[in-house]
Design a protein around this ligand. Sequence first.
Ligand code: ADP
Length: 496
Amino acid sequence: MSSKKGILSIDQGTTSTRAIVFDVDGKKVSSSQKEFCQYYPNNGWVEHDPEEIWKTTLETCKDAIQIAQEKGISVEGIGITNQRETTLVWDRTTGKAIYNAIVWQDRRTAAYCNSIKDREAMLSEKTGLLLDPYFSASKVKWLLDEVEGARKLAEAGKLAFGTIDTFLIWRLTGGEKHLTDTTNASRTNLFNIHTLQWDDELLSMFDVPPSVLPKVMQCADDFGCTQTQLFGKSLPIAGVAGDQQAALIGQCCFNQGDLKSTYGTGCFALLNTGEKALSSQHKLLTTVAYSINGATTYALEGSIFTAGANIQWLRDGIGVISDAAESQTLAESLDYDHGVVLVPGFAGLGAPHWNPEARASLYGMTRGTSQAHFARAALEAVCYQTYDLQQAMASDGVPSSKVLVDGGMVANDWLCQFLSDILQVEIQRPSNMETTAIGAAYLAGLQLGLYKDLDSIAAQKHIESTFSPAIDKSLREKLLKRWQKAVDATLSFADA
Ligand code: ADP
């Protein structure tokens, strides 16, 4: 018979759905992952099929629960974390989506967003975000305007809007619950992060009828129970957070000044700013970090569009390396003062510049420049860009006291050491790299009483490696100056 308790975490990502069961000590017991199709029906459009998302969710959950059971772990509840901003509208009666999910990367509403740019200051003040197609509001408007008959149905109260968390909760509870959490709501451009309410002025600006909105819950809360027939017993859904916020929780960044930085294809850095929703003077986003036990914690967020993608470009684009790990050996073969700088604006530059026109540039090459310089400059760039975010966050009011890293790229020790050298703070790399999934599990565990409080969660965390600053100070200054010059040149080329 099952003796130990476990929590099922659903990590519904942009390219795959994963289900992982953790035991109460935070150890991974079982996992299952399934990829699904990306649809690009038009230039700049990105869609997912909601039924594929649902199918992969069900299948991975069933797999993970079964393996856990075979290992004697009884799943007690569910936490959900998800790709943020991706937008769905479905029929309340049939549960069927009226159109595919419009993915966060989708740019179809760019012209519309530009046409109302004069409202951005008001929007930013309320939501902490920018007025950009990235967020959900203009996508909901597009769905209601462009799908035949949708607006009429919405006005008659027959349609429901949701981000992926909301859609999964709806399906898992058999249409009983139409709910989201504060972190997902805070990415819609419709939610006032100060009052924690949907905002009437924004709703009318984006032509979104209040009848389509889910109720906003805390992150550790009662999101209803799954239908019994899905997993053999009814399981409470007890924790929900968007993926980056879940990673912040999974990294136990519970104190003001704790910064987590995830280095995957791109990089997302979130800084816990405590109970203050700071408004950034440097184009960082202000967002809800988590709401637990009636208290809301905020974060500043900065993103770097390409991080691991720089390494992928070296490998798949120009064939300079044969696998990602080789970037470390190559980087280690050079001195600090090698002189080559890559500004990786392959997809424009993110915070603190937000310049979509910027393009990647490589500076300082000589006839002696080799593949090692490319690899080294690609790794260094990610560290310099994190430095720019760290500086922006500090001048917005909260310096980072320590940095917790995760994502595929931080397997690279050289990168972690150089990051510490450049940021001048200790870099901590946890032994459990499943930070996003475990963040959702922690939230559910809190709600279900499996953890007493955040401190007891933090107590079980295990740091695998730490990296401390070791670089000569004047050398660091020189490198940072060189980086700044290269960024300036890249931005000036973009404007030319
Ligand atoms: P995502 O979740 O965005 O798919 P992952 O967290 O799985 O990304 O990380 C994969 C990225 O990490 C890839 O872009 C790859 O190039 C990069 N990567 C993997 N191993 C290394 C390494 N040893 N050094 C540098 N980059 C690496």
